[in-house]
Design a protein around this ligand. Sequence first.
Ligand SMILES: *Cc1c(COP(=O)(O)O)cnc(C)c1O
Length: 486
Amino acid sequence: MNRLFRRLPAVDVLLAALSETETFRNIPRTLLRDAINAFLDGKRNAVRNGTIRDEKELALAALLPELRDFVRTARYASLRQVINGTGIVAHTNLGRSLLSQKALDAVLMAGKYYTNLELDLRTGLRGSRHSHVEPLLCRIVKTEAALAVNNNAAAVFLVLDTFCRGKEVILSRGELVEIGGSFRIPDIMTKSGALLREVGTTNRTRIGDYAQAITENTAALMKVHPSNYRITGFHEEASVRDVALLGKQRGIPVFVDLGSGNLYDFASHAAAEFACLSQDEPMAQRIAADGADLILFSGDKILGGPQAGIIAGRKKYIEVLKKNPLARVLRLDKLTLAALEATLELYLEPGMAARHVPTLNMILLPEPLLRQKAEKLADILEAALKNAGAPVTARIRPGCSRIGGGAFPERDLPTSLVCLEPTASSFTVESLRAALLHADTPVLGRIEDNGFLLDPRTIAEEEFPLVAKSLQQAAAIAHDSELSEK
Ligand SMILES: *Cc1c(COP(=O)(O)O)cnc(C)c1O
């Protein structure tokens, strides 16, 4: 073993060898050294556990190609581009919404140049960062005032902390939901110091249940959109309109956590699959019109903007929220504000939003167009597979996409899928999935039966060549591991 250890090339020898290539010369030497040390550690372990027995395997020429690959991989940024072939449009694990070109341009501007973030250009005096999106939100949602914070969880917390600390909030048992990522409505209430007063039952809550629970210690009536969860069958809930009316009669504010929050009128589409979406995700405009005092929703779910939490409603409440020191803790940064303003501006004209906000655009892709995209993707992938001599076929089959982001949990949108099927017994669909995950640009999809499914709804045409490249890499990785098994 010691003899083998001594055969391992020195760090400086490997460093010099790598530095002969342009790609590696541009990497800071300390980082290269770290990567080489990690690589050598791996080799020492392989010697220790007997995987490497032959000193030929430790020769410089034998190690170099592997080292280059290792350093290249070690140099990946932690946050990387991936291909979303899952068909889930606002996929929380994949960063939810993509930004429109207008929003991207705004982010670039705000990052590259100084801005009037907190400067009033009319007076030259100090301004408010809230001023950039508030007028737009008021115009779109049709409320007196609005405030945007870090995310919707922050919005809920800020509202509870401001108005409900030490007091009771009345909420239906059917709305005590967990959204995922450990956001549970009861927990966030406890944390804010608000006292949860549950009313009704899991499946049925009537307006009378709210009315009966009101005491002098009631700070608010609250409704929460159940998001990724649905009660069907014997079910009844009080409408926002009824709860708002009750609140008005008794002088108690009504807060509605809409979750996803939707500003787009899906009912304006004749196609049944789109028209029905507005039942699941009522427009924020409608909830405001129904009389809610504050409505809260995410910026990066169906809205299709950057991560943000939007609070829209009565001025007398929004002004109090702005003065809470927590609003400073939860405030938006300039890049997000820039992206949010640009995204909201598109909503001033719904047709523009549908065309240019990627989340809306992907949801609204018509079936025939998806079929065309699938055919094009399948052609490109087939050519790549043939080129690589990979034992995988690509064909098209009908299927469904999901919208994600906790919205529309039961709505499937029809789509055409590209189905990749391994044809060699040694190359399973599971190994194809793993290999695609480890490609330079990881590709994510779904496994069903014996196929790896890619949904063109969430893959841009400009990404098709990248998918082909990753598939070729995956075939090569799978091929290599097959050889090493033999
Ligand atoms: C998603 C969601 C949240 C959390 O929103 P984030 O923007 O992810 O913080 C809160 N409430 C409901 C009902 C949701 O659906």
